[in-house]
Unconditional design. Sequence first.
Length: 94
Amino acid sequence: MADYSEYVGQALLIGVQIYEDGHFSPLSADLDVRDMATVLRDSPYKPEILGSKDTSTETIKERLQKFLSPKSGGSAPGLIYFSGHGYQEIPENS
């Protein structure tokens, strides 16, 4: 395995396990993001985990805005991983 003495990129790992809307069944998203963090341990990415306690819509939006904002001193590669249900909203006019 490669030896990364310094991280060259950030990773935002988001796991939405429980939904306020009763239409979605619970998932193992917390386990998914922990597993991804384990995989990234031997990579140049420094992971930040947003687990089920941190995944309100507002918190996710804030963390994504912070993650995607330009950083001082140049740019670095970034990785966003999401584990959760998907949903597509189709406009009525379609």
